[in-house]
Design a protein around this ligand. Structure first.
Ligand code: KG4
Ligand code: ZN
Length: 330
């Protein structure tokens, strides 16, 4: 079969990224231009500033991805770009650039869902992974338990009713003074602590999640006693969040009789969450997660997801628009 080279473009939040992926699984280049330093001073992503920086970076980032891949632009077979969910102004930069390239080079345009991309990151890190499997997508904007039926069919089994997990990590970090982005900082500090502080856990009859109660409890404890041990607080927070994630995932795995469980999204690079999920291997589950660079936003995952969509010729025309609240099944 002929090799297929997909150019991925991602600009949904604060990373301008481009990558070239061969046959959906082999990364030839993966260029990520992060704006974290710019947004750090504001304690979070400022949408207007993100858009402007994407405009500045996009052309250089795409050219660099082509250069590092070792192939020419002419050899690219198709162009996959994130069109949602995300910040509308940020998304529009990648979408407009991808449309212009698609038109100029006469290559098909593949509209790619950012969340499908996070899931597809697992195909790059695990060459043997094939659907069906369960995927827990945990990022700054999303917390979804998804049944991956085929490469392009997804069923949502449960989702958060309030904060996304990453959002809870970031808010806790901000309040206790760790800064932005909070996830990696909580992860690091928690390693020095003991999970000895009791926090409330939410339980629903179905597979939904809730993290705002846990987050508020942590913030209140810190406000009541600013001398409280922050490392213990982070460690206790991570423990209760992970218990909730694991309980629902196992409920779903048992219900669907699926033993393959993948993690995806920025929060899946959390070392405690990874460790606890890996322990499920002793109970007969197979656990997958992408390498850290593929967990947070990148374009290799977009190219991978786009490749599988292209096999079904799911292309877009030049009317493609950004859809900020795009759902997993749209
Ligand atoms: O997937 P991602 O890059 O962007 C979204 O699509 O949202 O995820 C970013 C989120 C942020 O909330 C960040 O704090 C969190 O992932 N994160 C982590 C870790 N690394 C990134 N959360 C916990 N532990 C980490 N090590
Ligand atoms: Zn993301």
């Amino acid at each position: 079969m002929k090799d297929i080279y997909t150019l991925g473009i991602e600009s949904s939040c604060d990373e301008t990224a481009s990558a070239v992926v061969k046959n959906g699984r082999e990364v030839l280049s993966n260029v990520i231009h992060s704006q974290i330093d710019i947004h750090e001073q504001f304690g979070g992503v400022v949408p207007e500033i993100a858009s402007r920086n994407h405009v500045d970076a996009i052309s250089k980032v795409v050219q660099e991805a082509i250069k590092q891949s070792g192939i020419t632009m002419e050899k690219i077979d198709n162009i996959a770009c994130t069109y949602g969910p995300g910040l509308v102004g940020a998304l529009l930069v990648g979408v407009s650039y991808a449309k212009a390239l698609s038109y100029a080079l006469n290559k098909p345009l593949i509209p790619t869902n950012h969340i499908h991309g996070h899931i597809a990151a697992n195909y790059i890190s695990h060459k043997d992974l094939e659907p069906p499997f369960l995927c827990l997508v945990i990022s700054g904007g999303h917390t979804h338990l998804v049944h991956i039926k085929t490469y392009t069919e997804f069923e949502i089994l449960g989702k958060t009713r309030d904060d996304a997990v990453g959002e809870a990590f970031d808010k806790v970090a901000r309040v206790i003074g760790l800064g932005y982005p909070g996830g990696p900082k909580v992860d690091k500090l928690a390693k020095e602590g003991t999970p000895n502080i009791e926090l409330p856990k939410t339980k629903f009859d179905n597979l939904d999640f809730s993290f705002s109660g846990i987050k508020t409890a942590v913030i209140n404890l810190h406000h009541k006693n600013t001398e409280i041990n922050k490392a213990d607080l982070c460690s206790s927070f991570e423990k209760v969040v992970t218990e909730e994630l694991i309980e629902n995932t196992l409920k779903a795995a048992k219900k669907l009789k699926i033993n393959k469980i993948a993690l995806a999204g920025g929060v899946s690079s959390n070392s405690y969450i990874r460790k606890e999920f890996l322990e499920l291997q002793d109970k007969g589950y197979k656990i997958y997660y992408p390498e850290p660079i593929l967990c947070t936003d990148n374009a290799a995952m977009i190219a991978s997801s786009g490749y599988y969509q292209s096999l079904q010729r799911k292309y877009a025309d030049l009317n493609l628009n950004a859809i900020p609240n795009l759902k997993i099944n749209d």
